[in-house]
Write a protein that binds this ligand. Structure first.
Ligand SMILES: [Zn+2]
Ligand SMILES: [Zn+2]
Length: 163
């Protein structure tokens, strides 16, 4: 029996990807990953696999995504799924099932997940360092602006004296 898309209530298709059998929705391009499938795909295909899969599973023309995060029923066991943050602290909210460990990924979320993975791989300390540098540059610029301001005021005072 095919699994049912929690958003469209339609039977999902099965797609083989890096040896994993995924359930995908032809309407909204949502993907249901059984427990461990996301990790295994990441291990086998690297972060580029996320882009590939996003390209492979496209929503139908004219599909309008939900404006609010819907309450979803797990396609595998029908229990209400729970929102969680991907990689604990990322801004990407996915739905997981506490019953089977499955994860629901909406259209476009794969690309956001890839960005988070990429950022983690490139190293957060580096971006923290570049933020510190940016803050220092900003402070120097502010000093420079203040100095220029004072010079302008002084110059205008001299100009006034000359008049
Ligand atoms: Zn759907
Ligand atoms: Zn489940």
């Amino acid at each position: 029996m095919p699994r049912i898309c929690p958003d469209c209530n339609a039977a999902m298709n099965q797609k083989s990807f890096f040896g994993e059998l995924l359930d995908t929705c032809a309407h909204c391009a949502g993907i249901f990953f059984d427990e461990g499938e996301i990790c295994r795909i990441k291990e086998k295909g690297g972060v580029r696999a996320f882009d590939e899969l996003d390209t492979m599973v496209q929503p139908e023309a004219g599909y309008v995504p939900p404006t609010e995060h819907p309450i979803r029923q797990c396609p595998a066991c029908k229990v209400t799924m729970r929102r969680f943050r991907y990689m604990y602290t990322s801004p990407v909210f996915l739905d997981c099932c506490d019953g089977c460990g499955g994860v629901w990924v909406e259209n476009g979320e794969l690309l956001q997940m890839r960005e988070c993975l990429q950022a983690a791989k490139d190293g957060q300390p580096q971006s923290a360092a570049s933020e510190q540098i940016a803050a220092k540059v900003e402070a120097l610029n502010a000093l420079e602006r203040a100095r220029a301001n004072r010079a302008r005021i002084a110059a205008s005072m001299i100009a006034h004296h000359r008049e």
